[in-house]
Design a protein around this ligand. Structure first.
Ligand code: GL4
Length: 816
């Protein structure tokens, strides 16, 4: 075990402060201290990192490359301290130096190289891979600007660039020795080589130099450190002077520009694809570099490329990195001169695809003209994959044109990336049981029929190291005191807490901790929102990306409804409730932005209305992200997971809340189904249409929300407040777009496409049950505790073990 040495750690902090900033401890700013501490910690990490890679080489291990456009890592310092099991030493040293660790952690900007669940899942997976001792690389992009910072100004979202690298990122290491050239555009020329073989050469292309930066992923207490490798682009000019035509000034400038823009910014869309050319460039850029490097690394140790699948697996995180399959084919065909059949077999044994959404607007489809212009050789290969696949379809379903229509990769001028991903992969998985069933029986039915053996489920999970051990230290300590610390690496152990679910003292302790966490959040809200909230009220929290299918609108409409009730009847039985929201809307998603404004407008009115005796407060947390997320999960009583059934592939926020003892109010969607299965229906508040019902309505042209509007006065009153200026007298029309979307269809959408009015009354009834249940303090405490206790299944450690067993087949490296 390579451990953090207390004496060295302390000396290094002092040393680095001098070296970097010419400062003594008492002169340094917290930001400077953060860097000095992070670098000092990195000393130990580096030792473990080098030792890990030495072991991997000696054992000639198989490695998974998790290819992902997004890694939503969150802050590293606190997590690294925890995973190094160095908290005690670090705290002792910082105490001696008069430094507060929490203050220092606050200095780190979250690396937010992801949008939401999909990117955060990738980060949880890396944590689990290291902790379980599996050889892995995360491969992604070193965006200069990650997810934008959200400011709320006058109730509106304003996006501010997130220049996360401004102060430098202490944990990364640039690895110029592994740079790769990535080529775009030009044309393909066929030549006959000396052996008489046809070769395909890309000419007159533009290229960039992909330069990797490595970030260590520290396993929990096991000496294993894997790597997140994110690629940056540099201009090629000085890279390959030999092949560079110095006379071509125009091209040189263009290449420079390409290098400058390619990694500039993360597209801020979640569950939505914008179809921008630059996005395709980003995809090919990081995929090509990652695959080229993986193949070179393999060939450094092995002499037969044909055995690549024995040592390498590429996991495609959604369709975003799907060009990987064609890029691997290119390398095998053009650089290793394999036959098509040989290359295809290798590719098909090496690539595996995860589907993360059935939202149709998220399906990536590239216009063929764009795709073939940007990636001419890759396009040729995709054409040939498609030609052969269509032949297979015809053989299997003679004369059935509709199969080709649905399954072909190239169709009506577009490259359909999901189809390519499925055809090229040996494994296709969904991310929760219900989601996988929908894929098999609806969305990807034809593919399932053709390749049933490829389809499998991997229900998502989260890392308990970040979301309990780091995020909720009070509860983490309490759990350890009760049942020992096994849960940290083996979450199912947490089920042992069940034994305390009838013990009044334990229940009181559990709720005391919740109370402390609520106070911690209340303090944050006071500081950031200048709102006083009642720490005895029910903390009802919905934090996630803003999307219509997630139905933040249902939540806020219900708040408006409650407020109307209270106004009419101020003495009604009403337990105080604090409704907390946090959500970023994609910059171009107007309706989502209107919903944010609505939440804030409703809050502004209700929070100021003393006539309701502070019984309802509405809080919008600005700039929801991983770091403040940790505070929110720990403090929640109620977890809002209210997506339209069938739309949320899994959800992972639901698991983070559950782990921290919040009770779910939710639909039978995504992983909620499995959460309820674990914790029991009596320990959740379930409502709404089932996914079958939703899918049925959709097949039959939707439903008529007008009936509900005209027959339900409570709902009508709320909807009318969207257009009568009740919340925004100065702009009565502000929410007309929302009102219209609920009641009228337009050219693109049905009326109320997410069934908000349809589910309103069952949601309202479920919320009533929440309010009633909270009155029975002991019963509530028991339910909350059981949520924590029954969370064992939802560790990303379990998910990763399943990927390893069924898909990756990696060897576990035992700690030294
Ligand atoms: C998502 C799903 O929307 C979400 O339900 C799921 O938990 C997550 C990880 O599998 O992937 N798909 C996309 S796109 N963004 C997501 O967050």
């Amino acid at each position: 075990m390579i451990e953090l040495n207390k004496k060295e750690f302390k000396e290094n902090i002092i040393e680095y402060l001098k070296l970097f900033y010419r400062k003594n401890i008492d002169e340094a700013t917290n930001q400077q201290l953060f860097h000095a501490i992070a670098y000092s910690l990195k000393n130990t990490i580096i030792e473990q990192w080098m030792a890990t890679h030495k072991t991997y080489e000696e054992k000639d291990v198989k490695t998974v490359y998790y290819l992902s456009m997004e890694f939503l890592m969150g802050r590293a310092l606190g997590n690294n301290i925890i995973n190094l099991k160095a908290e005690k030493v670090v705290r002792e040293v910082l105490d001696e130096l008069g430094i507060d660790l929490e203050d220092i952690e606050e200095e780190e900007t979250d690396p937010a190289l992801g949008n939401g669940g999909l990117g955060r899942l990738a980060a949880c997976f890396l944590d689990s891979l290291s902790t379980l001792g599996y050889p892995a690389y995360g491969c992604g992009i070193r965006y200069k600007y990650g997810m934008f910072k959200q400011k709320i100004i006058d109730g509106y979202q304003v996006e501010v660039p997130d220049y996360w690298l401004e102060e430098g990122y202490p944990f990364e290491i640039k690895r110029p020795e592994y740079a790769k050239e990535v080529k775009f555009g030009g044309y393909v020329r066929m030549i006959r080589d000396e052996q008489g073989r046809d070769r395909f050469i890309q000419e007159n292309y533009q290229s960039v130099k992909a330069v990797p930066y490595d970030i260590p992923i520290v396993g929990y207490g096991n000496n294993i450190v894997n790597t997140l490798r994110i690629w940056d682009a540099e201009a090629i000019n000085t890279f390959n002077l030999e092949s560079f035509d110095k006379g071509d000034y125009q091209k040189a400038v263009e290449q420079e520009n390409l290098a400058r823009i390619i990694c500039e910014v993360l597209y801020p869309n979640d569950n939505h694809y914008a179809g921008k050319e630059l996005r395709l460039k980003q995809q090919y850029f990081f995929v090509s570099a990652s695959i080229q490097r993986a193949v070179s690394k393999y060939m450094e140790k092995h002499n037969n490329i044909k055995n690549l699948p024995e040592k390498v697996c590429f996991q495609l995180n959604d369709t975003h990195p799907t060009v990987a399959a064609a890029e691997l084919m290119r390398i095998l065909l053009d650089e290793y001169c394999l036959s098509w059949e040989e290359a295809w077999e290798i590719t098909n044994k090496t690539c595996a695809y995860t589907n993360h959404t059935i939202m149709s607007e998220a399906l990536e489809k590239w216009p063929i003209d764009l795709f073939s212009r940007l990636l001419p050789r890759i396009y040729q290969i995709v054409e040939e994959i498609n030609r052969r696949f269509v032949m297979d379809i015809k053989k299997r379903y003679p004369g059935n044109e509709s199969k080709i229509e649905k399954m072909a990769i190239l169709y009506q001028g577009q490259v359909r990336m999901a189809n390519l991903a499925i055809v090229a992969s040996f494994s296709v998985n969904g991310v929760a049981r219900l989601h996988t069933e929908i894929l098999k029986n609806q969305e990807l039915k034809d593919f399932y029929e053709m390749y049933p053996e490829r389809f499998n489920n991997k229900t998502n999970g989260i890392t308990q190291r970040r979301f309990l051990l780091h995020g909720n230290p009070l509860l983490a300590d309490w759990v350890t005191k009760k049942i020992g610390d096994q849960w940290i690496v083996n979450l199912p152990h947490i089920d042992k807490l069940t034994a305390f679910s009838e013990d009044p003292i334990s229940l009181r302790e559990f709720m005391d901790i919740k109370y402390h966490n609520k106070k911690r959040l209340a303090k944050y809200i006071k500081e950031h929102n200048q709102i006083d909230i009642d720490t005895n009220s029910i903390f009802d929290i919905q934090v996630k990306r803003l999307h219509e299918y997630k139905r933040q609108l249902l939540n806020i409409l219900h708040v408006m409804y409650l407020y109307n009730q209270l106004k009419k009847n101020p003495n009604m039985e009403f337990y105080p409730r604090t409704f907390i929201f946090g959500a970023k809307a994609s910059a171009g998603y107007e309706r989502a932005k209107s919903i944010i404004k609505l939440i804030n407008s409703v809050g502004a009115v209700i929070n100021e209305d003393t006539s309701i005796g502070n019984k309802i407060k509405v809080v919008f947390i600005e700039n929801y992200r991983v770091s403040n997320g940790e505070l929110l999960f720990a403090a929640a009583d109620v977890s809002e997971q209210i997506s339209t059934a069938s739309k949320e592939a899994s959800g992972t926020g639901n698991m983070k809340f559950m782990l921290n003892g919040a009770i779910t109010i939710g639909t039978m969607d995504g992983a909620n189904v499995e959460i309820v299965e674990e914790v029991g229906l009596e320990n959740a508040f379930i409502f709404g249409l089932s996914s079958d019902e939703v899918i049925n309505y959709e097949k039959n042209g939707g439903y008529n929300p007008q009936d509900i509007y005209h027959n339900d006065l409570g709902i009508k009153e709320v909807l009318d407040q969207l257009i009568n200026g009740f919340y925004t007298p100065e702009k009565p029309n502000l929410f007309k777009n929302i009102y219209d979307s609920l009641l009228y269809s337009n050219g693109y959408e049905k009326a109320d496409p997410y069934f908000i009015l349809k589910d309103f009354r069952t949601y309202e009834a479920a919320q009533k049950r929440v309010a009633e249940a909270y009155l029975d303090k002991e019963r509530w405490a028991k339910s909350a505790l059981l949520n924590t206790a029954k969370c064992g299944k939802f560790s990303s450690d379990r998910t990763i073990e399943e990927y390893v067993q069924d898909i990756w087949h990696l060897e576990k490296i035992e700690p030294k």
